[in-house]
Write a protein of this length. Structure first.
Length: 205
C-alpha cells in the first residue's frame, strides 16, 4: 500500500508560548524527531503543513528532504483547516494517510509499524491507536474517506468528524504511552526532554 504522512506544524503554539516544532530535542528539534520516527518506520512520503515561522520550518524541511504546503490562514483557523490544506496536496495514488501533529516526538517507529500491520489486516477505513483507553496518534485514514473530511464543517475538528462516523473506526491498543503525549504546555516539554534522555540512556524503551 502507498502511504503518505501528513504532519501539522502551522499553529502558533500559544499555550506553549514558544514555537513547539522547533524546540530543541537531542541534536535536532521536536519536528525533526516526529519526521525521523516515521522515516525509521519506513514511511518516506511526508508532507508538512506550515504557517507560523514558515521560513524557519521550510529551511529545516529542505534539510530533511520533506515536502510542505502552506496554510495561509494559520492565525485564524483551527487544526482541521490545516488538515484540509494538507489533504488537498495528497498524491492521487495514495492509499492511506497518517495525520499527525508536529508535537508528538517520541512515538516509537515500532508502534507506527504495528499500526500499519493492523490497518492492512483489517477492513476499517480508519485506525486509531489507543493507550489505556485514550485515543492517540498517529491515526491512519483510508483515501476513501479523505473527501468526507474535506467536506466536514461542524465545530470540534477531526474529533467531531470521528464522532459522526463511529462505525468506520477500529481502535488499536498499544503499549506506547507516547501516542497520547504532546507538547502543549511547558511542563509537557520538560517531560519530553526527560523521557528522551532516559531513552538515550537505555533506562526505558
Amino acid at each position: 500500500m502507498k502511504y503518505q504522512v501528513l504532519i501539522l506544524a502551522a499553529g502558533c503554539s500559544r499555550r506553549m508560548k514558544k514555537f513547539k516544532p522547533l524546540l530543541p530535542l537531542g541534536k535536532g528539534c521536536i519536528l525533526q524527531s516526529v519526521i525521523g520516527n516515521f522515516k525509521k518506520a519506513g514511511l518516506e512520503d511526508i508532507l508538512v503543513v506550515v504557517g507560523c515561522q514558515r521560513q524557519r520550518v521550510i529551511s529545516l524541511l529542505k534539510q530533511e528532504q520533506v515536502s510542505w504546503v502552506v496554510n495561509e490562514a494559520y492565525e485564524d483557523t483551527d487544526m482541521l483547516e490545516s488538515v484540509k490544506v494538507g489533504l488537498s496536496a495528497i498524491r492521487a495514488d495514495t492509499d492511506a494517510v497518517f495525520i499527525c501533529p508536529g508535537d508528538v516526538p517520541l512515538i516509537a517507529p515500532a508502534t507506527i509499524q504495528e499500526i500499519i500491520r493492523t490497518y492492512e489486516q483489517g477492513d476499517s477505513p480508519i485506525l486509531i491507536p489507543t493507550y489505556r483507553g485514550e485515543m492517540g496518534h498517529p491515526p491512519v485514514y483510508s483515501a476513501a474517506v479523505l473527501q468526507e473530511i474535506q467536506n466536514h464543517r461542524e465545530e470540534g475538528g477531526l474529533r467531531s468528524f470521528l464522532q459522526r462516523h463511529p462505525f468506520w473506526i477500529r481502535y488499536l491498543p498499544v503499549e506506547d504511552e507516547e501516542v497520547v503525549k504532546d507538547a502543549n504546555l511547558p511542563e509537557d516539554y520538560e517531560r519530553i526532554l526527560n523521557v528522551y534522555a532516559l531513552k538515550k540512556q537505555g533506562v526505558i524503551q
